[in-house]
Design a protein around this ligand. Sequence first.
Ligand code: CS2
Length: 496
Amino acid sequence: MSESTIHELVNLTADRCPETLQWPVYNRGDVTVSVAHIGVGGFHRAHQARYLDDYMASSGDLSWGICGVGIRPADKPFLDTLSRQRGLYTLTEKDDNQTKDRVIGSLTEVLFAPEDPQRVIDTLARPGIRIISTTITEGGYLYDFEKQRFFHDHPDVQHDLNNRGEPRTIYGYLWQALEARSALGADGRVTLLSCDNVPHNGDVFRKALLSFLEHADTTLCAWVSDHVSFPNSMVDRITPAPGEPDQQAVRQRHGVVDPCAVGAETFIQWVIEDNFKAGRPALETVGVQFTTNVSPYETAKLRLLNGSHLMMGFIGYLAGYTRVDEAIKDPAILQLVRDYMALDAAPTLTPIADMPLDDYQLQLIERFGNSTIADQQQRICSDGYSKLKNYLMPVLNDVINAGGDTRRLSLLFASFLKYLDGINDAGQPMPIIEFNLSAEQLSDSATDRLRLLKVDALFGEQPDPGYVQFLDEVAAHLAGIRTRGAYAHLLRLLQG
Ligand code: CS2
């Protein structure tokens, strides 16, 4: 493509968009914002924003635009760029048979909270905002999932309770916004919709927010209980960390320079508890499933998809695979993942009429093998400690209670501990991202990694007998991995 045919997305309009690229079919000038979304990462852009774009395009109801909000200081450069692009960005949906690029138009406002916290609070307080949704990752809820307790002592929580004007956590922002909404009485009603991979994400969000407010303003707690709903939801779309390859591809195919481009698989699913306090778009017309009980969907997805990601993540990364599609094509890793799904996770699940679990497992193997998205092992291993708690501890508890076989799960925990060394089987450094483990926890446990599992919430200082045996198995696997390498150790396990 010659340089003269290169356009920056920031300068594109419906008329100037290359014909090969799909531009929003609705007039963005007519869109009004009813959703404020906190956490405008790749996943939100590939999932929720895409559903609302579809909805506005197909229904002509333009009242469901999104205001994207970032509250983490590190989000600034990205949000500045997205804001210059008026919230527009390219989404590429792809698998081995198709590649489809489209410009998503549903994000019509973009705010970076630390720069102007009051503006964000005022936005969240606008009665026209009917849904406040979040993708802030497991860690963002500041909640101990094992003990089911809010991290009230967390320094950022303490900061927010004592410095109303400069919130750092989502709760600090919501405190003031909900206070303003409560002054409107019933007209201030709103839905807080968590879109994170957290078991019972709506219930957790509600509990955490109310725990915060108990220390901030008890009267507000009562108003929130009556006027705010927290639907549980299951969200699904594999979205690798966006980067250069997504941008290069859009530039090559369409001559468009888009630093906010994001790529994802073609599969997409969203199941939501139908509990909205201030109305909702008819998203069922664009494939969203509404139900009275999300739990079976969410449990199946977390245990089968996210659990398998971890199962192949640490072992595969240690074995030298940096891409998920390459790891899953390794016969030993494939067998491990299949066995984990069929023998460990599936027996703990409730059957779902419209999501047969055998088909779901087969489909997952195919999705993991999608080479066009080149999903990153580093991404699925990142924040592994929180993910183990979230996705795997519930499976482990069920397997232990049923007196089942824990060999694969103990291997998984051992491979996680070895992964923390940051060195793979070939002795090469392996970058790891563990923001919920302090440098102190990491270095303290360097000589005896097993301690990490005991000192924190996972197993406690004096684990129950079933868990003592499990921890012995983890220790034996860890020793085996250290002696012969993770991959060779896996082969032995599969043969034995
Ligand atoms: C992944 C998820 O980061 C992870 O733990 O398992 O991001 C996964 O790709 C999504 O949940 C898919 O919906």
